[in-house]
Design a protein around this ligand. Structure first.
Ligand code: R5P
Length: 296
């Protein structure tokens, strides 16, 4: 890819260096440091005058600061007239993609609309509000949504002769497309609680799993507090599964989610390194590199 430069934040270095090597493109680290009053000092090296930029930035953990840093950096690229493809493997605020109560701000849309003014394309991975692989135009922005599902499902196929895949809710069903043995559970939500932060209570998970003696792989787009995954794992255990592996693209693991999932009966947790954790056993760098290799 001639005349393209990769820029990356320190916490995205592994992905950026993989891309740099596989695409044969020079890469530069961005300098971000807090001032004593906790505002951000940001420096974007000027040694790279190329018009086309790939900017790689992990937005979790510390998504609020990471977003602010991203906006500063993108403003600088805009000021220089550089065209940016933004690589954000995990897209924060994605769950806030629709209004449930009047007056709620659809923050996923706010972020996307801002990005649509400063980037050519957003390359992301199993984005919660897109729910399909490929090119998607939304809220004025051009997305390319990659998926780690096939890579995760291949782990299941390699390990078990006859793996059984469980989607912990209907929203995760698309990840398991094409798998012969597949069950979808239903997440039943309770009433909507309105307060400092609005959310719908997660009441229970329903569904019949005929998995006695089977190797079960529960596959979701993300593990946040672990409630969704833990409920699906317990149901698989109660149904007599031989083994249960909890799999997801993004592992946020907030509030002791990993402990909760293991205590519910999971033998193992596997997530990608879209967010780095002790359970990141799948490297997404080759997936991102193959997207850029295919772009003409
Ligand atoms: C929800 O629709 C998502 O696909 C995940 O199931 C959910 O975000 C996981 O959240 P938690 O780990 O807090 O249950």
């Amino acid at each position: 890819m001639p005349e393209t430069t990769i820029f990356y934040t320190t916490k995205s270095q592994d992905i950026a260096l993989f891309l740099s090597q596989s695409l044969g493109v020079e890469s530069f680290e961005l300098y971000i440091n807090p001032f004593p009053d906790s505002e951000w000092y940001v420096r974007v090296p000027e040694e790279a005058p190329d018009t086309d930029v790939i900017f790689v930035h992990r937005l979790f953990p510390n998504q609020n600061d990471s977003l602010l840093q991203m906006f500063f950096i993108l403003s600088e690229f805009s000021a220089r007239g550089q065209r940016v493809v933004l690589v954000v493997p995990y897209f924060p605020y994605a769950k806030m993609h629709k209004k449930v109560m009047s007056g709620e701000v659809v923050t996923a849309r706010s972020i996307t609309q801002w990005l649509s003014r400063t980037v050519e394309r957003i390359v992301t991975l199993d984005c919660h509000f897109i729910k399909r692989e490929g090119a998607v135009d939304m809220w004025g922005a051009h997305f390319f949504n990659l998926s780690a599902a096939e890579t995760l499902l291949n782990i299941a196929r390699d390990r078990s002769e006859d793996p059984c895949v469980v989607s912990p809710d209907e929203g995760a069903r698309y990840l398991a497309r094409g798998t012969a043995q597949h069950y979808t559970l239903k997440k039943v939500r309770g009433e909507y609680k309105y307060g400092g932060a609005g959310f719908q209570r997660y009441a229970r998970t329903e569904g019949r799993l005929d998995v006695e003696g089977r190797d079960v792989y529960v596959l979701d787009d993300m593990i946040s507090t672990g409630g969704t995954m833990a409920k699906a794992v317990s149901l698989a255990r109660e149904a007599g599964a031989n083994s249960v592996v909890a799999m997801a693209t993004h592992g946020l693991f907030v509030r002791g989610a990993d402990k909760k999932i293991i205590e519910s009966g999971a033998d193992e947790i596997i997530v990608t390194n879209s967010i780095i954790s002790p359970y990141s056993k799948v490297d997404i760098s080759p997936l991102i590199a193959s997207y850029f290799s295919g772009v003409k």
